[in-house]
Design a protein around this ligand. Structure first.
Ligand SMILES: [Zn+2]
Length: 310
């Protein structure tokens, strides 16, 4: 399972792209997922920075694209519930989970939030890199936490059981969330800051907190979140982040969140979703089979089956 990609944003911005074909410019497309054996892929609704004044209308348009361009492939199936997941597992279909990256376009409207839940959105990243009406992102210079409205939204998310995703969230907001929010949460595409000090990565304290709350961390393929410096990044270096999370007690709480189609640089041998075999090969050299299975699928599966509605 892959916990995060931006293929939906690319499909939305460029109507020429075809998810059904082996499209070079679309790192996540059906033939590649199929070839690599990806069973469940999360698709994020991310309103590109290119769009001025993001609104709820844009979110709805992207959900329309999700149905028309992705779910229209007969090999794909929409996962909204535990029962959908188990049905997908018994079939040869690939499951698609719909997520939202950044609350910006909701403008504090709780009805819009509930409508997204009705439309099948099951996980919400609170911010992108900058501040929105709810909270500050990791790149916001003032390094603030939640707004009052944002705290109210958190309670609503908790009551509805939408999975909260803290990737991109400022550190101050992260710790406020730990105080305020009582459910397990995830970081769908973030790495270990101890190995690569980047604001998008998580400190050891943050990683330990996610582990203790029985959350889930998706190790991401963004080269500059894996290693500082300009030399090409290898898959073996990506796996040091898995090692690190395991060393903090996270063997059962770590998986992958590629960020494919949201990146412009790639790890060597990990340029698109069709190349998972390279990561599997590297994992198999270092870990027992049951651990490899956990990192690639089992940990995400356990988390999702515990938090999706029945
Ligand atoms: Zn992101």
């Amino acid at each position: 399972m892959d916990g995060h990609c931006d293929a939906l944003t690319k499909l939305y911005l460029n109507p020429e792209l075809n998810f059904h074909k082996e499209e070079v410019c679309l790192e996540v497309n059906y033939p590649r997922l199929q070839r690599a054996g990806v069973k469940v892929q999360c698709f994020a609704i991310y309103i590109s920075e290119k769009i001025q004044a993001p609104s709820f209308e844009h979110v709805l348009q992207m959900i329309d694209v999700f149905h028309r361009k992705i779910l229209s492939h007969k090999g794909m199936a929409f996962i909204q519930t535990v029962s959908d997941w188990l049905t997908v597992e018994k079939s040869d279909k690939i499951g698609a989970v719909l997520t939202l990256e950044g609350l910006d376009a909701l403008a504090g409207n709780m009805t819009h939030l509930r409508i997204l839940y009705h439309l099948g959105v099951r996980s919400i990243g609170l911010t992108w890199n900058y501040a929105n009406w709810a909270a500050d992102g990791v790149q916001e210079p003032r390094k603030g936490g939640f707004t009052l409205k944002g705290k109210h939204m958190l309670r609503e998310l908790e009551a509805m059981g939408i999975i909260v995703d803290v990737s991109h969230l400022s550190e101050k907001a992260f710790w406020e969330l730990v105080e305020l929010y009582r459910r397990p949460f995830i970081a769908s595409h973030s790495n270990a800051g101890t190995l690569c000090p980047h604001p998008r990565n998580l400190s050891d304290e943050q990683i330990k907190t996610i582990i203790e709350c029985h959350g889930q961390i998706g190790i991401t393929f963004v080269p500059y979140f894996v290693k500082s410096g300009n030399s090409p990044v290898q898959i073996s270096q990506l796996l040091t982040h898995i090692d690190h999370v395991c060393s903090l007690g996270g063997e059962k709480h770590v998986g992958f969140g590629s960020d494919f189609d949201g990146i412009e640089q790639w790890i060597v041998g990990l340029e698109h979703a069709g190349q998972y075999e390279n990561i599997i090969e590297a994992l198999c050299k270092n870990y027992k089979e049951e651990q490899v299975e956990r990192f690639l699928y089992g940990n995400w599966r356990k988390f999702m089956l515990s938090h999706l509605p029945k």
